[in-house]
Ligand binder design. Sequence first.
Ligand code: 6PG
Length: 242
Amino acid sequence: MYENLHVFDSPYDTAHAVAEIILEKAKEKHKLSLPLNIAVSGGNTPKILFTILTTDFSESIPWNIIRLFWVDERCVPPTHPDSNFGMTYESLLKHLPIHDTNIFRMDGEINPEKEAIRYQKVLEKELPTNNGFPQFDLILLGMGDDGHTASIFPNDLSLLKSPELVSVGIHPTTGQKRITLTGQTINQAKEIIFLITGNSKADVLRQIIHHEPTFEKYPAAFIHTNSGNVEFYIDKAAASQF
Ligand code: 6PG
């Protein structure tokens, strides 16, 4: 099948394989005395990855070089149950020696439009640039059952091509505002990994992977680095319709 598809038996095995990639990249950067700039997504899927990182990988990854950013954030305070930062803090940050100066939170509690502008400035200041755009070393993405990724939803594909680096998305059913990296910023990354598990993703993932006539409805279908690279780390359940 496709060389960028990596299928594993379980969500644990899938997340463990992603953790191995993070370890490999962190070691490479550590040898060069360089940081590893990673943007992470929220939702439920990353929780198992974060737990694996805080247990199996807590001693092997040079955490002092990890600089952590977010792909998106719900417009709620960090203590709110919906907060991606809150989830990441509980499952990852509070267990690891990542210094506060290396954690770049999206402020979900302030005016969304103002935060999008502020976070864009953070990216411009804190990241190296490529083609004039801030460039992450690695972006970890999930995909919703509806094919959204980051907080770019099927009813607002314009965020894929927005001239902004960071913008405001709106969840189509709840109306919840979200701060989100735009498609351009995501696609600038050196490497993009989708971590997708579960049967509920299988139908849309099949449409995307097989470029079925409907695939262009889904934001996740438009995600790839400028060199065309995107790696899918998925479990058998998510791959069950291939
Ligand atoms: C978010 C995420 C979002 C997520 C997908 C998948 O803020 O919700 O960034 O893009 O990756 O919705 O979510 P699950 O992992 O919960 O299925």
